[in-house]
Ligand binder design. Structure first.
Ligand SMILES: [Zn+2]
Length: 358
């Protein structure tokens, strides 16, 4: 038995030479060298041969196989078709890339930043006090005596008999040092920062104090046990209520639009005298009346007044030389008005569908 190698070789060679693309070359590789290819067909006949014929037959086929492989590689190189790369090292640069998830500022952080930015341009400096405060700074120093009924409005969470460093604020500037014997609490307003700011700076001074505050309120659409305030004070020798009005009007026009009007209503706060609540003309309906302003055209936005002498003294200031004004506002309230959010809980649930809108 013999096989006509030259015929197979000639046919393979002419077909490979005629191949015009990668697919054609691959097809010929399978046709001749594949598991069910022409050469394999002939290999399968080896066992049928007489033992003395097997060597010559086999080596002939082997030469043919080497030749066909070489012709295929040659043609492939000529066509500029590289060998198929391995899956592991293969990068398809035409595929779209993976988009990194971009972070953004929380809506409350944005609003807090806007508020502070406006007051900084008016000459205020930012001062931050600790969230764990002394009972003294949160109440007594601010003219809220222990038994005074107004204290109920500022009730908070207490940390009693704290003698372990565990609840101490780690920041040195916030060191509550030797006061660990005293009743500690989570501050119920940013006002205790006034006391710390006055102790840290000589008058005249003007500071803005943003931060988290706590009250044991049941959570609902308009209440949270934790929320944010921004508070400001300015102390100088001749400072007057008209200066306070000027600062607040400048702030409101920058924050809510240049046509914003302000309305001061007499009020009571333990730490200011006289005190006022401030409404702005509704920027949503241009004071025509809408659900946000309860059809009145006015929105309550902050509380303010001239600093009570007791507070100035608590900060170590001489009330014969110095006087000051103070104001404070809720960040959530302003953010809800600005963004049209009707439920305070949305700010704290970390639902990306909500947060991605800002
Ligand atoms: Zn309105």
């Amino acid at each position: 038995m013999s096989v006509d190698y030259s015929y197979i070789a000639a046919e393979a060679k002419s077909q490979i030479e005629a191949a015009s693309d990668k697919a054609a070359i691959e097809g010929l590789r399978i046709k001749y060298l594949g598991r069910k290819g022409v050469l394999q067909d002939h290999m399968a006949k080896i066992p049928e041969l007489a033992p003395e014929e097997r060597r010559a037959y086999g080596s002939g086929l082997n030469d043919l196989k080497n030749n066909i492989s070489a012709w295929l590689a040659e043609k492939e190189a000529a066509l500029g078709v590289a060998a198929p790369p391995s899956a592991a090292g293969y990068v398809d640069v035409t595929l779209p890339g993976k988009k990194p998830v971009l972070g953004r500022l929380h809506p409350l952080t944005q609003v807090e930043g806007q508020i502070c930015d406006i007051f900084c341009r008016l000459g205020f400096k930012v001062f931050k006090g600790p969230e764990v405060e002394t009972e003294h700074n949160n109440f007594v120093a601010l003219n809220i005596p222990l038994e005074h009924p107004s204290r109920d409005a500022f009730d908070t969470f207490y940390i009693k008999k704290c003698q372990v460093s565990g609840v101490r604020c780690q920041e040195k500037a916030h060191d509550i040092g030797n006061m660990t014997q005293e009743t500690l609490l989570l501050r119920s307003h940013t006002s205790p920062a006034q006391i710390r700011a006055m102790k840290a700076a000589e008058p005249p001074m003007a500071v803005i104090m943003p931060g988290r505050v706590y009250r044991p309120d049941a959570v609902d659409a308009s209440h949270s046990f934790m929320f944010h305030q921004v508070e400001g004070i300015a102390v100088d020798a001749q400072i007057r209520f008209s200066d306070l009005k000027g600062v607040l009007i400048a702030f409101a026009r920058e924050m809510f639009g240049k046509d914003t009007k302000l309305r001061f209503r007499p009020s009571f706060f333990p730490f200011t005298e006289p005190s006022a609540e401030v409404d702005i003309s509704c920027f949503l309906c241009k004071a025509k009346g809408c659900p946000a302003c309860k059809k009145s055209g006015w929105i309550e936005i902050l509380g303010c007044g001239m600093m009570h002498p007791h507070v100035l003294r608590s900060g170590g200031y001489d009330t014969k030389k110095w006087r000051g004004f103070a104001f404070g506002m809720g960040v959530e309230r302003i953010a809800m008005l600005k963004f049209g959010v009707n439920d305070i809980r949305l700010f704290f649930e970390n639902d990306m569908r909500f947060l991605e809108q800002f």
